[in-house]
Design a protein around this ligand. Structure first.
Ligand SMILES: NC(=O)c1ccc[n+]([C@@H]2O[C@H](COP(=O)([O-])OP(=O)(O)OC[C@H]3O[C@@H](n4cnc5c(N)ncnc54)[C@H](OP(=O)(O)O)[C@@H]3O)[C@@H](O)[C@H]2O)c1
Length: 337
């Protein structure tokens, strides 16, 4: 079981595991997933203490897996224990009119698929800031929250400027899910300070760079496209290229390996610990290819050590050589726009 330091009081009524299980990896873009094995595998995460799931309407069968998992969990453990599971979904609509009907229908689909009366967290994404109907959508979502269909409203991939616009309209947002890693530290530039001021937290993704931030890639020649066989690996290899390239990334992995050895943990552990310790960060989402690959025992070690000042100094030496992603890409989420 995980120590109590693995838990975070995310909202007054939601206590989460600070390492969340990411379900983009069941979408089909990360290799074949067997639904039966995947849902059964969810028990091992839960039993180890990884009780919090991150998913989305468009992650293939992810919402259905949560529904299935909850039904099996209720049958085996008793429905009274369902409150141990936290499932955070997203709504990523195609741009268009955001009427009450459209918003309510979308929330209804997630409620049905996940087999719940109320969504723990709905994280809203919007593709185009020139179309300000995102504010219409958020107002309807806030009404649905007040009507008891959503416990809390959140965002994903919003930049600081729009987060401020939304907060200033009086729409209560609890978190923003953004890419945050040793390679992509853009949230530290503006987003984190704003969130801290407004009592909003960050949920980080991309922290393990799809698996590139691990011993597996230490000392390896630069992988070609055919080796990068998941959507994540392709996405984050591109990020590394923009950040400073494969040679600099190898320097980073080598520095992390020394730190990891010193603490008897893995490179992935150091990467996750680093982001968990950043201001405003509530949790780090680690992708799980359910039923196909798992790192439960290793990821539990994140809660058993602390980074020291000389570890941070060694990391800084490498990061100082990287390019400025705020300048090259823009604020959080700008890579999608
Ligand atoms: N809001 C958004 O726009 C957005 C975008 C991307 C992702 N996300 C969320 O974030 C989640 C994470 O996805 P991601 O793409 O960012 O991937 P990630 O978490 O950076 O990487 C996941 C991969 O890392 C490897 N891994 C996990 N633990 C490890 C360990 N201890 N040691 C070595 N390797 C380890 C696994 O690879 P193997 O399976 O090969 O072993 C796993 O599939 C997604 O599922 C989703 O929930 C959100």
């Amino acid at each position: 079981m995980l120590p109590t330091s693995s838990r975070f009081q995310f909202t007054a009524d939601l206590n989460i595991c600070r390492v969340l299980n990411g379900m983009w990896q069941v979408s089909g873009a990360h290799g074949r997933i067997n639904p039966e094995r995947a849902v059964e595998a969810m028990f091992a995460y839960h039993d180890a203490g990884f009780t919090t799931w991150d998913l989305a309407d468009h992650y293939g069968p992810a919402e259905d897996f949560i529904g299935d998992f909850r039904r099996r969990f209720a049958a085996r453990q008793g429905a009274e224990r369902l409150g141990e599971i936290q499932a955070f979904t997203k709504w990523v609509p195609h741009p268009g009119p955001m009427t009450r009907r459209i918003v309510e229908d979308a929330v209804g689909v997630s409620l049905r698929r996940m087999g719940v009366d109320c969504l723990d967290l709905l994280q809203f994404h919007w593709w185009d800031y020139t179309d300000n109907r995102y504010l219409d959508a958020l107002k309807h979502l806030a009404d649905l929250r007040d009507a008891g269909k959503i416990r809390h409203l959140a965002l994903t991939n919003f930049d600081t400027e729009r987060l401020r616009t939304i907060a200033d309209q009086g729409i209560a947002i609890v978190s923003n899910q953004v890419q945050y890693s040793l390679v992509d530290s853009r949230p530290a530039a503006r987003m984190a300070a704003f969130c801290r001021d407004r009592g909003i937290t960050l949920l980080a993704y991309g922290t393990l760079l799809g698996g590139l931030l691990s011993e597996k890639y230490l000392g390896r020649a630069e992988p070609g496209r055919s080796e990068l066989d998941t959507a994540s690996l392709q996405k984050y290899k591109h990020m590394i290229d923009v950040w400073g390239g494969w040679a600099l990334f190898q320097e980073l992995l080598a520095a992390l390996k020394e730190i990891a050895d010193k603490h008897r943990v893995s490179i992935a552990n150091v990467g996750v610990r680093y982001v968990l310790d950043q201001p405003a960060v509530a949790g780090v989402i680690v992708g799980a290819r359910l039923g196909a690959a798992e790192h439960i025992v290793d990821n539990a070690r994140v809660f058993g050590f602390a980074l020291e000042p000389d570890d941070h100094r060694a990391i800084e030496v490498v990061l100082a050589k990287s390019r400025d992603l705020m300048r090259l890409i823009g604020d959080c989420g700008d890579e999608y726009r």
